[in-house]
Write a protein that binds this ligand. Structure first.
Ligand SMILES: [Cu+2]
Length: 188
């Protein structure tokens, strides 16, 4: 849970960094429903639900206490895509490191669900905010499972082409490398 306190500081860049039009504030019930839509009920039903910070400098707030080791977050209001997520403990560590641009050593396998797809992003640059000629922009993310492995050397030689129709390795050569496993037909 300590990680959750430090997540917001960088998440703010995503939540508040985009000067988009005002969206209608979702109710807590709507946010919980959004967060739960990121994963199968077997994961989300008893997951902890956290909300993004309500204002800059604020911390995440707990919308619902859980007890199964999973943490789900609702769609980020400022991003264009529908990007709720359910993360296990390893993925929470990952998120903390990524947001703070810190080194990361995975302690073991990690699983994260984004069954609503996500928001457009680069397949090569963890911090890209727009497409370039070379950053393999993923303009329409499909529902997917994200996997961390204990030793990133295990991922060397695996496909990195996000258009190959199956799982691929994203952000190869960075501390945040992971497997993306598309689940396009799955509806939680
Ligand atoms: Cu994802």
């Amino acid at each position: 849970m300590n990680n959750l306190v430090s997540l917001p500081r960088v998440a703010l860049g995503l939540v508040f960094g985009v000067a988009c039009g005002a969206t209608l504030a979702a109710t807590p019930e709507e946010k919980i429903a959004s967060a739960m839509s990121a994963a199968p009920p077997s994961v989300s039903a008893t997951a902890t639900i956290m909300d993004w910070p309500a204002e800059e400098g604020a911390d995440m707030t707990e919308l619902r206490k859980g007890d199964n080791g999973w943490t789900c977050l609702p769609d980020m209001p400022a991003t264009t895509g529908n990007d709720p997520m359910c993360l296990d403990a390893a993925w929470l560590d990952w998120a903390h490191a990524w947001m703070n641009k810190q080194p990361l050593t995975n302690k073991g396998m990690g699983f994260g669900y984004m069954l609503q797809g996500g928001t457009p992003e680069s397949n090569t640059d963890p911090y890209a905010t727009e497409p370039t000629a070379s950053n393999e922009w993923i303009s329409e993310p499909v529902p997917h499972l994200m996997i961390l492995v204990p030793d990133n050397a295990m991922l060397e030689g695996l496909p990195t082409d996000h258009t190959n129709g199956g799982p691929w390795v994203m952000w190869q050569g960075t501390p945040y490398v992971h497997i993306m496993a598309p689940m396009p037909a799955y509806q939680p």
